[in-house]
Design a protein around this ligand. Structure first.
Ligand code: G3H
Ligand code: ZN
Length: 278
């Protein structure tokens, strides 16, 4: 099945009140696990590589090439998406590599600069048939600073979408990045207001901190693309630790990475049900 652009997954999901799982790839085993899970439940999935993950590898291309190959070989529709790019050159590189979707993150800029920079990315990406997500109202936690009180203003969001032409919008509604407990409190009234006002699908960042029941409610209330990273890294690391504790003489990384990959696959199968994705 070919790679798809994100609208192919988000538009029907938004219309039907379903969610689309968007999971962060750091190692190749993440991509393998996420596609295995999506295949098992028969849903599409977004594989996303963040600017931070590319920096950690020292380059975007190696992990991107592996992820794109896994996506192209899948039996379900798969998006390969650049996540939280603040570097315009990285956006250009991702488009050249064959990503079908990019997030330009200008949320640290003031409103006018965010509009101008995002509009320029949209012009570049749309010319190549690539989907664009942007962020308005900074979802905290990426730099360790949590700001769960930040909210995206619905009227400003409408103006931002109109001025930039973005295809999806990440909004601040109470979640925070990189939470290792699931205690975030979402503002469902604000989600409903944004869903009613904003003409493009809404993206929930920092979903790891949101309890299962609230993820389901967020989808039903109007969030469509649900980004999960930290929670699945916790799943991976917990499984690795258990395997290594139980098998202290193991040296073959396929043994413990296999345990971690299986654990992520099973957790994504479960999460896709929570998101009403299939
Ligand atoms: O863009 C990625 C997500 O917002 C993931 O956030 O690690 O808190 O789940 P998380
Ligand atoms: Zn995020």
């Amino acid at each position: 099945m070919p790679l798809v652009t994100t609208d192919r997954l988000l538009d029907p999901a938004r219309a039907e009140g379903r969610g689309v799982g968007a999971f962060n790839v750091i190692q190749v085993e993440h991509a393998e696990a996420f596609v295995a899970a999506a295949t098992r439940v028969g849903s599409g999935v977004v594989l996303q590589i963040s600017q931070n993950a590319a920096r950690w590898h020292g380059a975007l291309e190696p992990i991107a090439a592996a992820t794109l190959a896994i996506a192209r070989a899948a039996d379900v529709p798969v998006v390969v998406h650049l996540d939280h790019a603040e570097d315009r050159d990285l956006v250009t590189e991702a488009i050249g590599l064959g990503f079908t979707s990019v997030m330009y993150d200008g949320s640290a800029l003031d409103y006018d600069d965010n509009v101008a920079a995002t509009a320029a990315v949209v012009a570049e990406a749309h010319a190549r048939g690539v989907f664009v997500e942007a962020e308005l109202g900074k979802v905290g936690g990426k730099d360790g600073v949590h700001a769960p009180g930040v909210r995206t203003d619905p009227a400003e969001a409408v103006a931002f979408v109109e001025a930039t032409g973005v295809d999806a919008l990440a909004v601040a509604v109470g979640s925070s990045h990189a939470m290792t407990d699931r205690t975030a409190s979402l503002d469902f009234a604000r989600i409903a207001e944004l869903r009613a006002a904003v003409p493009v699908p809404l993206v929930l960042h920092g979903s790891s901190g949101v309890p299962d029941a609230d993820l389901t409610r967020a989808v039903e209330t109007g969030m469509t693309k649900i980004n999960v990273s930290t929670h699945l890294n916790n799943t991976l690391t917990t499984a690795l630790r258990a395997y290594l504790d139980a098998n202290p003489t193991v040296v073959d990384p396929r043994k413990y990475l296999g345990a971690g990959r299986d654990a992520m696959r099973d957790e994504v199968v479960r999460l896709l049900g929570v998101l009403r994705a299939p």
